[in-house]
Write a protein that binds this ligand. Structure first.
Ligand SMILES: [Zn+2]
Length: 66
């Protein structure tokens, strides 16, 4: 599996942390705003908001109903 040199997850050691981007209020892209573990059983995440780092916040999955 190609990792593209992404960091591995320190929480579960099995997943990979992948960078996510968001869009600001003016529609400008905010790159690498959050990092999330690819392991669905782990879901460790790290977000940058207003210059502060937030670790392991609950993930909002949208309105998907099982
Ligand atoms: Zn993980």
């Amino acid at each position: 599996m190609v990792s593209n040199n992404l960091p591995s997850c320190m929480e579960c050691t099995r997943g990979t942390l992948v960078p996510l981007s968001d869009f600001g209020a003016q529609g400008a892209a905010v790159h690498y705003k959050a990092w999330v573990c690819t392991n669905p059983e782990c879901e460790f995440n790290l977000k940058i908001r207003n210059g502060e780092i937030h670790l392991n916040e609950p993930i909002i999955r949208g309105a998907r109903v099982r």
